[in-house]
Ligand binder design. Structure first.
Ligand code: NAD
Ligand code: GLY
Length: 378
């Protein structure tokens, strides 16, 4: 597909599983030509949820109709609870009852919840049908739609059942962010900052200059351009890591920066509206840099710089800012249940801005002190 002046295409190189990530303001209104090369049957099975349908559904329906692509929509409840066996089972059943065939394509149209669930459904229906991602949240556009991690939550924990199953394409319309709640935009922004902290200090410095614009509730061309640039940069960063380590045997673990701490906070808050995933990642990244500073792996200045930047856009940076009753030992208990624990040792992504690396065998007394301080003083 040739790039228009406002379109950016990022290639994710994975041999036979390679695909393009297409980023363009307004892409949803013209998605037919983008999808067509991926369709063997001129029909799609769109998995989505109510809120996305309310704000963006008509655009997709009209675009598909205009290009004579037959579509069936499966509209689920919005929210994290939908990413569960309870909702997967009827979804698979409905797809089968609708006559889906191996040559059909599922479209995951929504945020990370729908992307993860629909991707997992695609991996198991008829032993695997093609799917594409049409992400509609900032978090999904810069992270969850790229890289093929699909799955659901189980009563035992988050994302504990799933599959690595790559989409055939990712179609990002940055205009969909115009209807997103500011809180969701901010949460997604934390994942953008993550790429700078991992290994890209130049991008981090650019975000320090442009972060406010990124999360402004304003859809001026200037804001749109900054968002598109940051989204494309984030997708390139993720595509590079996934191309190198698709199944997370090494470098891909760096993408979990802030997540070991963050998941513990999320587990304590019940994975709901009290603390969004990206909000937890923001606090978790500060805890990771604070731990790094106390271990001599980062400067205290890097930790303050990250804290200041996240605060400047309106993100929380300490556990004491969350309304919850917990303590450092309970949070450490959650960390021990993380799926990346190996031989009983928690893997922490630590380092300064641009120098993240995975560390095992970290002194948990330092971690306990960081958790305690974040819970009590911030
Ligand atoms: P989400 O899908 O629940 O979307 C957040 C909220 O925004 C929901 O209320 C949704 O209804 C609403 N929404 C979505 N698009 C909208 C739009 N354009 N306008 C208005 N409202 C809109 O959550 P999320 O933050 O996108 O994703 C979180 C999920 O992603 C978690 O389950 C997390 O585990 C998963 N995740 C997966 C990966 C991965 O690699 N697969 C990476 C990071 C996160
Ligand atoms: N969000 C982390 C990963 O995709 O590996």
């Amino acid at each position: 597909m040739p790039d228009s002046p406002n379109r950016e295409t990022v290639a994710l190189e994975l041999g036979p599983r390679s695909y393009d990530i297409v980023i363009e303001a307004g892409l949803l209104d013209n998605i037919g030509p983008a999808l067509t090369p991926l369709l063997k049957n001129r029909r799609v099975f769109v998995v989505t949820e109510e809120t996305v349908m309310h704000h963006q559904g008509t655009r997709l329906q009209q675009a598909l109709e205009r290009d004579k692509i037959d579509s069936r929509f499966f509209t689920l409840n919005a929210g994290e609870a939908t990413k569960s066996f309870t909702h997967l089972e009827p979804l698979v059943s409905d797809l089968l009852k609708s006559g889906i065939e191996r040559n059909d394509v599922i479209v995951a149209f929504g945020g990370g919840v729908i992307g993860d669930l629909a991707g997992f459904a695609a991996s198991i229906v008829l032993r695997g049908v093609d799917f594409v991602q049409v992400p509609t949240t900032l978090l999904a556009q810069v992270d969850s739609s790229v890289g093929g991690k699909t799955g659901i939550n189980t009563p035992e924990g988050k994302n504990l059942a799933g599959a690595f199953y790559q989409p055939k394409g990712v179609f990002i319309d940055t205009d969909t962010l115009q209807t997103l709640r500011r809180r969701e935009l901010l949460a997604g922004y934390a994942e953008v900052v993550k790429y700078g902290v991992i290994d890209d200090p130049v991008f981090f410095a650019w975000l320090e200059d442009h972060g406010q614009t990124m999360v402004a509730l304003d859809n001026s061309p200037e804001v749109e351009a900054v968002r598109a640039k940051a989204i494309a940069h984030s997708c390139r960063a993720k595509a590079r890591v996934v191309a190198e380590d698709e199944l997370e045997t090494g470098r891909r673990a760096l993408l979990n920066l802030g997540h070991t701490f963050g998941h513990a906070l999320e587990a304590e808050c019940g994975y709901g509206d009290q603390l969004l995933h990206g909000e937890a990642v923001a606090i978790g990244m500060v805890m990771a840099l604070e731990t790094s500073a106390r271990m001599g792996l980062a400067s205290h200045e890097d930790c303050s710089r990250l804290t200041h930047h996240l605060q400047s856009v309106g993100l929380k940076t300490a556990a004491s800012e969350i309304e919850m009753t917990t303590d450092a030992d309970r949070l450490l208990g959650h960390m021990h249940k993380d799926k990346k624990v190996e031989a009983g040792m928690i893997g922490f992504v630590l380092g300064g801005i641009g120098t993240a690396a995975v560390h095992r065998g970290v002194d948990l007394e330092i971690v306990r002190a960081v958790l305690h301080d974040s819970l009590t003083t911030g």
